[in-house]
Design a binder for this molecule. Structure first.
Ligand SMILES: [Zn+2]
Length: 504
């Protein structure tokens, strides 16, 4: 095969040496046996393996391309204009032909020629034949001719389901299962809010990158995945066991607008669909774009032509979405240097709320992510303090556990409670700030002002504020759940230690 492709004999001999000089040896009771020569195949992990694979696939492509000259062969009716006989990705191979015995046989003979030359065979148990528009009689003849079982849509290619109709909830079930599996690992139970947020971001990112870019996803599936992620973020489990403190919608806002910049999957998916739209209008040099142009657009203008008949569900969706560009006064603002600006489209489709006054505290935070998350909840008064729990009709004792004197609320906890006031007071003294402790809102204002500054002292101050709120919240929880509180000196020295560590 190599010599037929025109490689010099010397090179061919080198490659053959790699193939013939392989031998294996087995360790028995710690002693290697006599080497066993291998008849064919490379050493495991030999770096030339992918190159040889690519070369043999080139040979396969040529065998199949030669079919064009074969009078027995006829193209699949939807592949003739592009001379398409096959598509492959790694070791996944799709072959197309007209569903008549002569054409299928010619296709198979071409593949057999490749098999004999290369020694690579198709696993018939893992292969399937898909037939459309033929009678049962013809179908069964073809199936028995090639000895491959008949399959049905949707089937999986490169790990994703292929189908002409709308993806159903069941088709997407593997995606949902994978999402659940990822966040259900036992280690994730012990994550802080910030850790869970990171995991949710990572899970969502994977879906955005793969499924959302390829398919028009059903809204129901996107909603379900967001629901799983939301429950996990707030409760660490996949069941609706606890109320969300902040809406998912707000979590999808940029940080400056009080969110965490999560991506709204439905909107992201829409942006991906619009990217396909743009690719079609631009006549991008991609196989699928060429195919649609050859069979459906046929030299008409994509923007103004009527929606063609006989489109698959997802193509129809792409066509329908042209309207978005028309409303946005054209495509140009979403294109830069010939590339589609995905983020810009996402922003256009996903309006966000106003900026929040405390954005600097969260955005520029040098404090640890887990403390920043707690402060983010605190500035919005969404920590589960006892006054809020009572408002949710939980019958609990509302007294602050830390001082046993007053009722627990956000304002009491930060920092009018005698215990936390003393902590914040000592932290302030360690920072060289000599003033009385102020009410919560005023303390937040000061911290926000400090976080705008780049000065060393100001930076330390805002870290100290965030770490103090977090440590006090931890002490409050330890009191509620374990009836234990650390001495003030220990807490203060922990805070100051964290500040020094984070400041670096
Ligand atoms: Zn108290």
């Amino acid at each position: 095969m190599l010599s037929e492709l025109g490689f010099p004999m010397k090179f061919v001999n080198w490659v053959m040496q790699c193939l013939y000089s392989v031998s294996y040896s087995i360790l028995i009771n710690g002693c290697p046996t006599k080497p066993i020569p291998a008849k064919k195949g490379l050493r495991q992990g030999d770096p030339i393996s992918p190159y040889l694979f690519a070369l043999s696939m080139e040979y396969l492509s040529r065998c199949l391309a030669a079919l064009a000259e074969d009078t027995n062969f006829s193209y699949h009716p939807r592949c003739k204009k592009l001379d398409l006989t096959h598509m492959m990705f790694a070791d996944d191979l799709l072959m197309f032909s007209r569903a008549d015995e002569g054409a299928v046989k010619a296709l198979f003979d071409a593949f057999t020629k490749f098999s004999l030359a290369s020694g690579l065979e198709a696993n018939l148990h893992k292969s399937e034949v898909y037939l459309a528009g033929v009678s049962d009689h013809v179908a069964s003849n073809i199936v028995s001719l090639i000895g491959v079982p008949q399959g049905s849509f949707p089937f999986r290619y490169c790990g994703v389901p292929l189908t002409t109709r709308k993806l159903s909830f069941t088709d997407c079930k593997p995606l949902i299962d994978r999402t659940v599996a990822r966040i259900k690992r036992w280690t994730s139970q012990f994550l802080s809010y910030a850790g869970r947020l990171q995991l949710v971001k990572y899970v969502l990112f994977g879906i955005q990158l793969y499924w959302c870019q390829i398919f028009v996803m059903p809204k129901k599936v996107m909603k379900e995945i967001q629901r799983i992620c939301r429950c996990f973020l707030w409760s660490g489990a996949d069941a609706d066991s606890r109320k969300a403190s902040i809406s998912w919608e707000q979590l999808c806002f940029p940080k400056s607008c009080g969110g965490w910049n999560l991506k709204d999957l439905t909107v992201w998916n829409k942006a991906a669909v619009l990217k396909h739209c743009w690719a079609l209008a631009l006549k991008q040099d991609r196989l699928w774009v060429r195919w649609i142009h050859a069979y459906y657009i046929q030299h008409r203008d994509f923007w103004t032509m009527p929606i063609p008949n006989g489109l698959t569900w997802s193509l129809r969706k792409i066509w329908h979405n042209r309207e978005v560009f028309l409303q946005a006064n054209g495509v140009d603002q979403f294109v830069q240097a010939g590339k589609f600006r995905f983020q810009k489209m996402y922003k256009f489709l996903h309006p966000v709320g106003a900026q929040v006054g405390w954005k600097r505290l969260i955005c520029n935070s040098h404090a640890s992510p887990k403390s920043t998350f707690i402060v983010w909840l605190a500035v919005q008064n969404r920590l589960a303090t006892k006054d809020r729990l009572i408002r949710w009709h939980l019958s609990i004792d509302g007294t602050s556990g830390l001082c046993q004197l007053e009722n627990e609320s956000l304002e009491h906890l930060f920092f009018s409670c005698s215990y936390s006031q003393e902590i914040w007071n000592q932290v302030l003294l360690s920072l060289g700030v000599n003033r009385t402790v102020l009410p919560w809102q005023e303390e937040v204002q000061i911290a926000v002002k400090k976080s705008r500054s780049k000065q060393k002292q100001a930076c330390k101050y805002s870290i100290a504020f965030i770490e103090s709120v977090y440590c006090i919240w931890l002490q409050r929880n330890a009191k509620v759940f374990r009836d234990h509180v650390d001495p003030i000196e220990t807490v203060v020295s922990n805070i100051m230690f964290n500040v020094e560590c984070r400041y670096q």
